[in-house]
Design a binder for this molecule. Structure first.
Ligand code: SR1
Ligand code: MG
Length: 408
C-alpha cells in the first residue's frame, strides 16, 4: 500500500496552487488543458496548460511498474534519481535537458518544463521523419557527463559522495534482469511471433551470446565511470524542428530514473541499438534510403561523443598519469563496449518484456524479418566487437544483415 497520494486530474490544480515554485509559473485557477500523457512503462505523467498558454509537466513515480501493475513493486525513490541526474546533467549542458522547477520528495513528483512543442524521437522516427542534429546532440550530451561527472572533472571526495548518493540498486536490477539475463535465460516474460520462435531459441542457445551477456552484466555492475542516464533509448529523447525544417532547434534528454554511476558505453550502446531498430523498421517498410539515414545516426552520435570528449580532455583535473595515449585507449575500449551493450539492448527489445513500437507496430509478416535481422545483428556484434568496431563497421553489418533478413 502506498503511503503517499497519487496525483489525479482532479487534484493537480490544487497541488500546483499549494506550491509557490509552481504557482508562480502557471495560473492554477485557470487550467485549460490537463491530460495524463504517460505512455512509458513506469510512471504517471501529466501535462497542464493555463489559459494564457503557459504549461508544465508533472511526473509522479508509482510504487510499482505501471506496465505490469501492482504485482511488480518498484521503489518510487527513482524519482529522486531522475530529478538529481537531470539537475547534474543540466549543470553541464542546460540546453540538452528540461529545466526542473520542483522536486517533491515525499510525493515523488518532479515538476518540469513543458516540452509539448517537442516530439518523442521514437515517435518521429516511426512517422518517417528525419530530425537532423538530434544524434550529434545526444553524442555531445553523453560526452558531457562522461567527462563532467567522472574522476576527470571531480575531486575524489565529491566523486565518492556522488557515487554513494546515486546508488540505485532496485532500478539497476531491472536492467540487469531484462537486458543482461532474460534474453538468454527466459524468466517467463519473453515473447516472439511463432515465426520467430526459432530465432529466439538460437539466440538463447548461442554460447557466445551467453558469455557476452555475462561480460556486459559484470561491466554494468562494476564500472562506476560516470553518472550515466541509464535508459537512453530514442523514447527518452525529445526533438523539435521549426515548421518546415528538418533540422532540430531543440533536443532534450529526459526520463533518467535509471541513472547511476555506471559504464559510459552502456548509454552509447543503448542509443545506437535503437537506431538499428529504427533502421530495421525502415527496411521492413521498403524505405531503404531512410534506413540508411537511420543507420548513419550511429556515426553522428559517436562523432558527437568523441569530438566533445576530446574537446573536454585538456581540462581534466589530473593529467599526470592520464595522458593522450590513455584517451585513445579509453575511446577504443568504449567503442568495443558499445557494440557489446548494443547487442544486449537489441536482444532484449526483440525477445523481452519492454518491446519497442518501431518493431511491434509492423505487421507480423514484416515484423518476422525485422526481428530476425535485429537478432542476427546482435549476434554479429558480439562476435566482431574485438575487431574493427568503428561506427562505419557497425553501420555496414547492420545494413547488410537487416536487408538480408527482411521479409517484405
Ligand atoms: C519494467 S521496466 C521496463 C523497461 O522500461 C524502462 O524504460 C527501461 O528500459 C526498462 O528496462
Ligand atoms: Mg523510460
Amino acid at each position: 500500500m502506498a503511503n503517499y497520494e497519487f496525483l489525479t486530474t482532479d487534484t493537480i490544480g490544487a497541488y500546483i496552487a499549494s506550491k509557490p515554485e509552481l504557482a508562480s509559473r502557471i495560473d492554477a485557477a485557470n487550467l485549460v488543458r490537463l491530460n495524463e500523457i504517460g505512455d512509458g512503462n513506469l510512471n504517471l505523467v501529466f501535462l497542464v496548460k493555463d489559459s494564457s498558454g503557459r504549461g508544465m509537466c508533472l511526473k509522479q513515480a508509482l510504487p510499482y511498474v505501471r506496465l505490469t501493475g501492482e504485482g511488480w513493486p518498484m521503489t518510487p525513490d527513482r524519482a529522486r534519481h531522475e530529478a538529481e541526474s537531470i539537475q547534474a546533467h543540466h549543470a553541464l549542458v542546460p540546453e540538452l535537458l528540461p529545466e526542473i522547477f520542483l522536486f517533491d520528495e515525499p510525493r515523488h513528483i518532479i515538476a518540469m518544463e513543458d516540452l509539448s512543442d517537442h516530439q518523442v524521437w521514437r515517435t518521429a522516427l516511426n512517422l518517417g521523419e528525419r530530425d537532423e542534429g538530434a544524434a550529434a546532440a545526444m553524442g555531445r550530451y553523453m560526452a558531457s557527463y562522461a567527462f563532467g561527472t567522472s574522476l576527470f572533472a571531480m575531486d575524489r571526495e565529491a566523486l565518492s559522495e556522488a557515487i554513494a548518493r546515486t546508488q540505485n540498486p532496485q532500478i539497476c536490477t531491472i536492467t540487469e534482469d531484462l537486458i543482461f539475463t532474460e534474453p538468454v535465460v527466459d524468466a517467463g516474460r519473453n515473447e516472439v511471433l511463432p515465426a520467430n520462435q526459432r530465432d529466439a531459441v538460437e539466440l538463447s542457445s548461442d554460447p557466445q551470446m551467453m558469455a557476452a551477456m555475462g561480460e556486459a552484466k559484470w561491466t554494468f555492475m562494476t564500472h562506476a565511470e560516470a553518472l550515466i542516464h541509464g535508459d537512453l533509448h530514442t523514447g527518452s529523447v525529445m526533438v523539435r524542428c521549426p515548421d518546415g525544417s528538418t533540422t532540430c532547434d531543440s533536443v532534450k534528454a529526459f526520463d533518467s530514473e535509471f541513472a547511476f554511476y555506471g559504464p559510459v558505453a552502456f548509454d552509447i550502446g543503448i542509443l545506437l541499438a535503437n537506431y538499428v531498430l529504427a533502421a530495421a523498421r525502415a527496411y521492413a517498410l521498403g524505405e531503404d534510403d531512410r534506413a540508411a539515414w537511420c543507420l548513419n545516426l550511429i556515426a553522428e552520435s559517436w562523432q558527437g561523443f568523441e569530438t566533445e570528449f576530446r574537446r573536454l580532455w585538456p581540462s581534466r583535473i589530473d593529467p599526470r598519469v592520464w595522458g593522450d595515449d590513455f584517451l585513445d585507449a579509453l575511446l577504443d575500449r568504449w567503442g568495443s563496449e558499445t557494440w557489446l551493450f548494443a547487442a544486449c539492448e537489441l536482444s532484449r527489445r526483440i525477445v523481452g518484456l519492454a518491446k519497442t513500437s518501431d518493431i511491434e507496430t509492423l505487421s507480423p509478416d514484416l515484423r518476422e524479418g525485422a526481428v530476425r535481422g535485429a537478432l542476427q545483428v546482435a549476434r554479429a556484434l558480439v562476435r566482431k566487437r574485438h575487431g574493427d568496431h568503428s561506427p562505419q563497421a557497425l553501420i555496414d553489418i547492420a545494413a547488410s544483415t537487416l536487408q538480408a533478413n527482411r521479409t517484405n
